[in-house]
Design a protein around this ligand. Sequence first.
Ligand code: NDP
Ligand code: 13P
Length: 355
Amino acid sequence: MAVNGKHITVLGAGSWGTALARHLAVNGSTVRLWGRRLEQIEEINAFRENKRYLPGVILPGAMLVTTDLEQALEGASAVVFSVPSHTFRTVLRQALPFIKAETLIVNTAKGIEENSNLRLSEVFAAEAGPARLEHYAVLSGPSHAEEVAREMPTAIVAASTSPHTAVLAQDIFMQQNLRVYTNPDIIGVELGGALKNVIALGTGIADGLLGSDNARAALMTRGLAEITRLGIVMQANPLTFAGLTGLGDLIVTCISRHSRNRRAGIAIGQGKTLQQALDKVNMVVEGVRTTRAAHNLAAALGIEMPITEQMYQVLFHNLSPQAAMKNLMARGKTREVEEVALAHIKWQSQQGIEL
Ligand SMILES: NC(=O)C1=CN([C@@H]2O[C@H](COP(=O)(O)OP(=O)(O)OC[C@H]3O[C@@H](n4cnc5c(N)ncnc54)[C@H](OP(=O)(O)O)[C@@H]3O)[C@@H](O)[C@H]2O)C=CC1
Ligand SMILES: O=C(CO)COP(=O)(O)O
């Protein structure tokens, strides 16, 4: 089934949902955008602009923008979820009765569900049934809404366990200024997109505290090492973390002025409390909840994630950024690359997998 040019529904009228809806609409699809708040949706309809989440971007007149979920989803050939990850399960539950079983689902949220520690495709399987994973894709990679909405060249990834579904998702988004690659490694793509936010909070904190390029580079590189270590044990393809949804997204999130996670980190590094930092950013900062989930996952799987551990202590146990930085620098001696490979070998032997 081809989807391009048909009716696509985007759920979530924040910055990413709005930018993607615009992208799809200007490239020829019939698009409906759903948001939960009447006042905001009325404002978008009145001005053709999402003034709070994507100011300065004018939306095509033909795009239906509504708070009516049933109306938004009626006859949709593809549904794009762009709600914050902690609301994904609830919005999915509300939407499922209006979505046909064979409809393409594309999730663009980046996070791990707090408390359950589930990846979002696992949340989807739990709510919709594992058989529907065949129609489920993840869209992830270095892609700030502010730039996609202004048609700046961007490269991202559509991942699905079904190669056919990955290509369908690729086809609906791929255009002149948005290049979409496919990847069958949905685990690696989900983990890369979620965990880079934890590291971006950390590099933001270091930026706010020290303004040191060296510290930022160290945190990014060692952050990627610990993401990869966890990913290997969760059966991701290690190469995914060297790609757009790993290294690529880590770079953009840790250096961009648009990054919400980085901006929240900078505020904390400058002495603000977590709540003050969240209030200042005033958009979703996915890395906060994901830090707790990643911390719990690492503990459950016995994986060393020192940066994530320090982030957890700073965010939830009032450890000062200065003390966290000291703790990281005072760790015992270790090797750079071998330990990532060793994590894989150790895990394989624990599983009884023959080497
Ligand atoms: N912004 C970006 O550049 C990118 C974001 N992403 C990911 O996309 C997801 C969405 O982020 P983003 O658009 O940036 O977030 P924003 O903070 O820009 O907007 C969040 C949106 O979600 C809505 N929302 C909050 N809670 C609920 C709920 N319970 N039910 C329905 N809607 C809700 C908000 O509505 P309200 O105003 O009523 O609170 C708002 O419209 C995140 O997982 C993010 O990591 C991925 C790539 C790029
Ligand atoms: O994931 C994103 C860009 O790829 C958006 O998250 P940040 O705004 O925290 O960078």
